[in-house]
Design a protein around this ligand. Structure first.
Ligand SMILES: *[C@@H]1O[C@H](CO)[C@@H](O)[C@H](O)[C@H]1NC(C)=O
Ligand SMILES: *[C@@H]1O[C@H](CO)[C@@H](O)[C@H](O)[C@H]1NC(C)=O
Ligand SMILES: *[C@@H]1O[C@H](CO)[C@@H](O)[C@H](O)[C@H]1NC(C)=O
Ligand SMILES: *[C@@H]1O[C@H](CO)[C@@H](O)[C@H](O)[C@H]1NC(C)=O
Length: 489
């Protein structure tokens, strides 16, 4: 009796102390994620969209792609080298991370490594005191651009190559030099490339990766098998039209030709978040050659649609020339490329439209309404349908309607809230009730550049007809690409 009395009294006291402004109901919670999820560094990486690669070294001077390791270091002499110019080109292109080949297969080191005689120390450049890695990282730091490094596992110069312990010790000594001395490194690149008659060699990858993680806390490790970022399986810059960021890491190994198709599409049942990076060069070769020219703008745009537009990051190689500068014709092409992307995507024709959806998690005003796909947050604000409902026989859908007149577009952009997992397996797009696209995965960003060119209509409906859990759409755009002229249209 007394207990009940006390309870009653204390409840009354609590109630009388309630502030007048207490909300009458609490906010609807976000849905549970569908695992696996990206790490903080993987999410940062994904949002960069375009990364630069700079292939530079003795090959630049010997006009080759694969050096022999027998070059005389004297050939390396970039008399006008200015790494600030490379970084300025990145800034002008809107690129926030640039990766340098600190060592390519020839074994020539762009920094004065203590562990080899094949480096800038043997070069007359900067009177044997040069350090390209330092000039590059200093210039990047000054301009707020992040850096990454490539240290080729295959080394055609070093005599230890082929001997497991001595070579792995050498390789790891160089990793320590690079990752201790040059500040924060955001990506490191490992590959399995090697000549068919190269000596057999076992790389101690798991030791390398542990060392990298020990020395750099926010780095993404790239290789055929991750663990941070995976190779897309080709050097054309194209991902699969279906592309999952999820894959089974246990099925991957480095330098294994039988896994390239799996790398290109990923795996909807994959247990690891391991998104793909699409490496490609602006020119035919990876190193600069006087005889080569940059790809056409239309080719670069196609690569963009097939990499960034397929849930991947585009890793674009821009090789400095023998002067030590990025060539004027490459810079010109990059300016056109940046201008084209800005022209296409700066205007979202859906912006002034009304928008509705099959259902809303928590109902209207819950913080999960369809209008959130038109704001500028492409990760953490999103439309979510109700949990339980299959939303009738139409499934989950979201519809954009022009207030008056017709919409005229040739690109549809869809983005998922990947912070809560990649979900959509299958989707379709309808204009005024007529299906114009049958698609599969979406992921961070899906760009449909319409095969038949421009469409006009009043309503655009996106139907999700298969997903892992409920679909969460963070952004939708309708765009007009004036550079897109499908053949025969
Ligand atoms: C490398 O090892 C494989 C099997 O372990 C062997 O068949 C091959 O001949 C070796 N290659 C060289 C160049 O030693
Ligand atoms: C290559 O990958 C396949 C598929 O995962 C695997 O069965 C095979 O053992 C791998 N080969 C090597 C040399 O790792
Ligand atoms: C990947 O792993 C999951 C979970 O173990 C499994 O269900 C799936 O079949 C695997 N994928 C492949 C291609 O083997
Ligand atoms: C390298 O590019 C710069 C322009 O950025 C140019 O001035 C220089 O002549 C080029 N060097 C060669 C060898 O083409």
């Amino acid at each position: 009796m007394t207990t009940l009395y006390h309870l009653l009294i204390s409840t009354l006291i609590v109630l009388s102390n309630l502030p007048a402004s207490l909300p009458t109901h609490l906010a609807t919670t976000p849905p549970l994620p569908v695992s696996p999820l990206p790490s903080y560094s993987q999410l940062k990486w994904q949002q960069r969209e375009i990364i630069f690669f700079h292939h530079f070294g003795v090959n630049t001077f010997t006009d080759s792609e694969w050096g022999t390791g027998k070059e005389n270091p004297v050939v390396f002499n970039p008399t006008g080298l200015n790494a600030a110019q490379w970084i300025d080109v990145a800034v002008q292109t809107g690129v926030s991370l640039s990766i340098l080949t600190a060592k390519h297969h020839d074994g020539f080191c762009l920094w004065p490594s203590k562990y080899t005689d094949h480096s800038v120390v043997g070069s007359p450049w900067r009177d044997h005191h040069g350090d390209v890695v330092k000039e590059f990282t200093d210039a990047a730091k000054d301009r707020g651009v992040d850096i990454g490094l490539y240290l080729s596992p295959w080394d055609r110069h070093d005599k230890r190559y082929g001997k497991i312990i001595p070579y792995n010790e050498y390789y790891m000594a160089q990793l320590q030099e690079l990752l201790n001395k040059y500040g924060s490194v955001k990506e490191i690149w490992f590959d399995g490339a090697k000549g068919s008659n190269a000596p057999n060699m076992s790389y101690l990858f798991s030791d390398w990766f542990s060392m990298v993680d020990e020395l750099q806390s926010t780095i993404n490790i790239f290789s055929d098998a991750g663990p941070g970022v995976r190779w897309v399986g080709n050097e054309d810059g194209f991902a699969g039209s279906t592309c999952w960021s999820t894959i089974n890491q246990t099925a991957l190994s480095i330098g294994n030709a039988s896994i390239v198709d799996y790398l290109t599409t990923g795996d909807p049942r994959g247990t690891d978040w391991l998104p793909a990076e699409c490496d490609v060069s602006i020119r035919p070769g990876w190193f600069w050659h006087k005889s080569e020219s940059p790809k056409k703008l239309s080719q670069l745009l196609q690569i963009y649609y097939n990499s960034v537009g397929r849930n991947c990051v585009m890793l674009l190689n821009v090789p400095p020339n023998t002067t030590g500068l990025i060539s004027a014709n490459d810079i010109q092409r990059l300016k056109e490329f940046k201008h084209a992307i800005d022209t296409i995507f700066s205007k979202n024709l859906a912006e002034d439209c009304s928008i509705k959806a099959s259902s809303i998690r928590g109902g209207k005003g819950s913080g999960f309404g369809p209008e959130l796909v038109l704001d500028h947050d492409h990760l953490w604000t999103y439309w979510a349908p109700k949990d339980d409902a299959n939303d009738g026989k139409e499934g989950h859908w979201i519809e954009i309607k022009a207030p008056n007149g017709e919409l005229k577009f040739n690109v549809v952009r869809i983005q998922e809230a990947i912070g809560l997992g990649q979900r959509i397996r299958k989707h379709e797009i309808y204009v005024d009730g007529k299906r114009i696209v049958k698609g599969t995965t979406v992921g961070y960003k899906k760009l449909h550049r319409l095969e038949n060119g421009v469409v006009t209509g009043r309503t655009v409906r996106i139907r999700v007809i298969g997903s892992r859990g409920i679909p969460l759409i963070s952004s939708i755009g309708l765009h007009f690409d004036p550079y897109w002229h499908p053949i025969g249209k």
